[in-house]
Design a protein around this ligand. Sequence first.
Ligand code: NAP
Length: 244
Amino acid sequence: MFQGQQVIVMGASHGIGEATAAAFAADGAAVTITGRSKERLESAAERIGHPVTTAELDATDPAAVTAFFEAVDHIDHLVVSLGPGSGHGAFGPFTELAEESLRAVFDGKFFAHFRVVQAAVPKLTRTASITLVTALSSRGAMPGTAGLAAVNGALDAMVPPLATELAPVRVNAVSPGVVDTAWWASMPEADRTAFFEKAAAHLPVRRVGRPEDIAHSVLYLAGNGNVTGTVLPCDGGANLATGV
Ligand SMILES: NC(=O)c1ccc[n+]([C@@H]2O[C@H](COP(=O)([O-])OP(=O)(O)OC[C@H]3O[C@@H](n4cnc5c(N)ncnc54)[C@H](OP(=O)(O)O)[C@@H]3O)[C@@H](O)[C@H]2O)c1
């Protein structure tokens, strides 16, 4: 389906972005992966095992983002899957949230996405797609996630109006629940394992997400020419009533 198409996956040196890049590359797309570290990108390219182009790029650097997209010829599919990991300051009780920390997370995720999409627009083909990776926090109403909900909710809210404004380019997002990636690396391993087990026990699918699950959703949104303006949950049924 994606044979020969130009795909850029931003934030693909590990996790969801890497799995997405791998899925596109396995389908024959010409994939460029970006991240902040040359070494991490080269390791990802090795794990992907198909030829991909790597580009070192910090999405919080406006000049670097502009220069990167100026050098691009055209884009058939853009995926943005980046943001600060769980060690950031957007987690925690609302009354203890530090404004500075929350601003930093808006910079690292919301404004990075805003900047990347804005710079990419002139290079998108008429039939191109944009897929963002947001998060369950915007829909989950979990205590301690008001900050994260605000960041991801701001992105979710942009999807429908962008889909009408940039049409016929399609704009969608995947909204994952808990996914086992390096995003959780700031949590000590034993705590992380316990947290994943507890989360899995409460989920209808009885497991936490894998990067490949989210990649599957991204490829569906990128490949289905009749879907736009959609925020697609991929969260194991996290928001379903359990009947308890
Ligand atoms: N894992 C989860 O449970 C989960 C749940 C819901 C939503 N999400 C969202 O899914 C997206 C991907 O997360 P993930 O789980 O795949 O995390 P991850 O494994 O930590 O991957 C994040 C990727 O983004 C890159 N990145 C981070 N900041 C960047 C920046 N300023 N400029 C360029 N690249 C940057 C990282 O590469 P470098 O560090 O090498 O730059 C890495 O490739 C994030 O937006 C996250 O909020 C994750």
